[in-house]
Design a protein around this ligand. Structure first.
Ligand SMILES: O=P(O)(O)OC[C@H]1O[C@](O)(COP(=O)(O)O)[C@@H](O)[C@@H]1O
Length: 242
């Protein structure tokens, strides 16, 4: 539920405080995701609940900054204020975050796909064909792709930003406002792309705070190739147990 703190603060923050929380007991990496918008001044006169909702339902295109942090072998903070993406790593000796990768650039093509492919038989034909092709080196990249899936979105995305390829969840599971939008912003700021399989994520007008959608993030050439298979959104979403 959105909380309105005061009437004069310039910014609105949306966030997923602990993504991948189902992995905590197994000590698998988790992360946090933040998106920052300007306060919509035109909503200033409205009741708090109404203006809070309108302010968090801005299109991703309007983000002024996005951040994710990853809690793993190192604690990593990736920040974009709209002029590239930059990675900081926590120095545990003094608590400082040290700039370790400025102007992070995602490779334009990778050789790794990241998806829960136990769902293969629930996927539409286009997605199955794409994965079949890249596994066999029959895609535009003649190399055979490898699979990596941590099931922790921030960790899967961070690896994709560094090594290239694709991180995806083709069923309507991930949240537009505080997962897809901030990560798509960082993907674009590092030269990659974010799509729901039909539309650029940052163009989508959110209609509710917890709205879920399919998410495809990654290297520009890999995402373009995947989109050319057309039918890639998983419409069957039976509510898997794990
Ligand atoms: O069950 P799936 O489709 O593999 O989804 C896993 C994804 O769900 C998440 O765990 C987020 O789900 P929650 O927001 O429900 O915790 C991601 O970290 C992960 O990428």
């Amino acid at each position: 539920m959105p909380i309105w703190l005061n009437d004069t603060a310039p910014y609105v923050v949306v966030f997923d405080p602990l993504d991948g929380s189902r992995n905590i007991d197994a000590s698998i990496p988790t992360g946090s995701i933040f998106g920052i918008y300007r306060r919509l001044e035109e909503t200033d006169g409205l009741p708090e609940a109404e203006k809070a909702e309108l302010n968090v339902l801005q299109r991703g295109e309007k983000l002024v900054a996005a951040v994710y942090s990853l809690y793993s072998s190192a604690t990593v903070l990736c920040v974009s204020i709209g002029s590239g993406a930059h990675v900081f790593t926590l120095d545990r000796s003094n608590g400082d975050f040290v700039l370790t990768n400025s102007n992070l650039m995602m490779p334009t093509r990778g050789q790794i796909y990241s998806v829960n492919d136990a769902r293969y038989f629930d996927w539409p034909e286009g997605l199955r064909n794409y994965i079949d092709d890249v596994r066999q080196g029959k895609g535009q990249n003649p190399k055979k792709y490898s699979a990596r899936y941590i099931c922790s979105l921030v960790a899967d995305f961070h690896r994709t930003v560094l090594y290239g390829g694709l991180a995806m969840n083709p069923r309507a599971h991930l949240r537009l406002v505080y997962e897809a939008n901030p990560l798509s912003f960082i993907a674009e700021q590092s030269g990659g792309k974010g799509s729901d399989g039909k539309r650029r994520i940052l163009d989508i007008q959110p209609i509710e705070l917890h709205q879920r959608l399919p998410l495809f993030l990654g290297s520009a050439d890999d995402i373009s190739e995947l989109l050319s298979y057309k039918n890639i959104q998983q419409l069957v979403n039976p509510g898997y147990e794990v």
